[in-house]
Design a protein around this ligand. Structure first.
Ligand SMILES: *[C@@H]1O[C@H](CO)[C@@H](O)[C@H](O)[C@H]1NC(C)=O
Ligand SMILES: *[C@@H]1O[C@H](CO)[C@@H](O)[C@H](O)[C@H]1NC(C)=O
Length: 381
């Protein structure tokens, strides 16, 4: 008893005076994350405080601020600023025009108005769940941009694409429940350890793998071997786009260096292994989020900066891949954005406040329904 008492008195002093400096000497995030010290025979991990770029002992870094421990994956990475590699608002808008064409009843006409350089190859529509929800996609090509496009549409319930708020919320709820199951460890295996939400897995099977879309893409690639493949979508469509990117890279449908992934309002599609796989396979990847978009924080994940998770708990979490492009504004043409360097969005934006459904359906300050109703005027984007 007495020795434990003495130990508990000594512990803080030892941590401060002896053990911690070993962590403090480390100046590199990855090395810090992989390092540990021994305190009375207990292994204690060093912690990298992102805010001030310093490595410390087990109790360093202010609570709630970004911290990297154990896994170097969480170390900050900068996106490329090189021409052709960076995200620009203009690029976002021109790709979003294609994402919105995917939800249009007549994508040919929509593209003719919004992106006249892009020609529709085919529009796909399949029932993607037992509730009879519709999943849609378009395959298109631009000679001018030397690009093949696949865009997926988001949640919608019937063939007239009437997005009543009730149905939208119902489907989100269904996705949310699957997400919860996923958080408990029931991820649907996608590639290797990478798991995704069951709902997205089924939808992807139906709309890409089992439909003609995959074959049509392979045929189009043969016709245009030098073209890049742009993958995009809004909401659920964003999840399907990121899954397509990973699937196409892993199955060598196209060289990964030719893949361009930009999603809008994408929910947390998969687990930690999924985020890691996307980051390993796809260099060009941006996940655009408007302000407090509700869907972009579904399913919820525990903030690893505030609560210390065991590695097993962490691995079961849903996790975003980089790079978050966050517009903390209305997304007017004059508005700016921030590109986040961290894995997931904790530490980059206020996720507790991400509860606004209006932000989900008004990217680039365009009411998506109205845009389609007005036949996709270029001037709106
Ligand atoms: C960084 O912040 C942590 C926590 O506030 C602190 O312990 C550490 O000394 C700081 N390091 C530097 C180099 O300022
Ligand atoms: C789509 O619009 C174009 C041009 O406005 C029209 O020629 C075509 O018939 C329409 N297609 C369908 C399926 O309605």
């Amino acid at each position: 008893m007495r020795s434990i008492f003495i130990l508990s008195l000594l512990l803080p002093a030892l941590l401060a005076s002896e053990a911690v400096p070993e962590c403090k000497k480390i100046t590199d995030c990855a090395k810090c994350a992989e390092s540990h010290i021994h305190v009375f025979g207990f292994k204690e991990n060093c912690r990298w405080c992102v805010e001030n770029n310093s490595c410390g002992g087990p109790f360093s870094c202010p609570l709630g601020k970004a911290v990297v421990q154990r896994d170097p994956f969480k170390c900050p990475h900068r996106h490329s600023d090189a021409k052709g590699r960076r995200y620009t608002d203009r690029l976002g808008r021109s790709v979003f025009a294609i994402a919105l064409a995917a939800r249009d009843g007549n994508a040919t006409e929509c593209l003719a108005n919004s992106r006249p350089d892009v020609t529709l190859i085919k529009q796909y529509s399949v029932e993607c769940d037992k509730a009879g929800n519709n999943c849609g996609a378009i395959l298109a090509v631009s000679q001018e941009a030397k690009a093949i496009y696949i865009a997926y549409k988001g949640s919608s319930f019937d063939k007239q694409q009437i997005l009543s708020p009730y149905f939208l919320i119902y489907q989100l709820f269904a996705e949310f429940i699957h997400g919860l199951a996923a958080q408990l460890g029931a991820w649907e295996k996608f590639v290797d350890d990478a798991g995704v939400i069951t709902y997205f897995h089924n939808a992807f099977q139906k709309v890409f793998v089992e439909s003609e879309l995959q074959e049509d893409l392979i045929a189009l690639r043969k016709k245009h071997p030098a073209y890049r493949l742009w993958l995009t979508g809004h909401s659920l469509g964003g999840s399907l786009a990121s899954m397509t990117a990973l699937y196409a890279a892993r199955n060598k449908l196209i060289d990964q260096s030719k893949i361009r992934l930009i999603t809008f309002g994408e929910p947390r599609t998969g687990n930690v292994a999924y985020a890691k796989a996307i980051e390993t396979e796809i260099d060009f990847r941006y996940r655009v989020v408007k302000r407090n978009d509700l869907v972009s924080n579904i399913p919820n994940s525990v903030d690893p900066n505030a609560i210390l998770l065991t590695p097993a708990m962490f691995d079961r979490q849903p996790l975003f891949y980089r790079y978050l492009v966050h517009y903390d504004n209305l997304m007017l043409k004059t508005d700016g954005f921030k590109v986040c360097q961290l894995s997931d969005d904790h530490g980059c934006r206020n996720l507790a406040g991400a509860v606004d459904i209006n932000d989900h359906v008004s990217y680039f300050n365009v009411n998506h329904d109205e845009y389609n109703k007005l036949r996709c005027p270029r001037s709106m984007l």
